[in-house]
Unconditional design. Structure first.
Length: 80
């Protein structure tokens, strides 16, 4: 019997481990309030800043050609 190994690419690890800052005040967001797996599409994380209370979300695309970078859903047009 052969063990099965699915190596994870470094970019996939970075997509999960990318630190997130609040789009309103810039403070670090430590852990998402909730996470949602959208089968075959993405993983979504919902955040709430402990400092200012601003709600935001991030998504990690799961498509084979995904860049491996977390995409920030920023309705206010702020870039961070």
């Amino acid at each position: 019997m052969q063990p099965h190994c699915n190596p994870t690419s470094p970019t996939a690890i970075c997509a999960v481990a990318v630190p997130v800052c609040c789009p309103n005040c810039g403070d670090w967001l430590i852990a998402p309030v909730s996470s949602e797996f959208v089968e075959g599409i993405e993983i979504r994380h919902c955040w709430e800043c402990d400092s200012c209370g601003e709600a935001s979300s991030t998504s990690i695309p799961l498509s084979p050609d995904a860049s491996g970078q977390a995409q920030i859903d920023d309705p206010d047009g702020l870039h961070f």
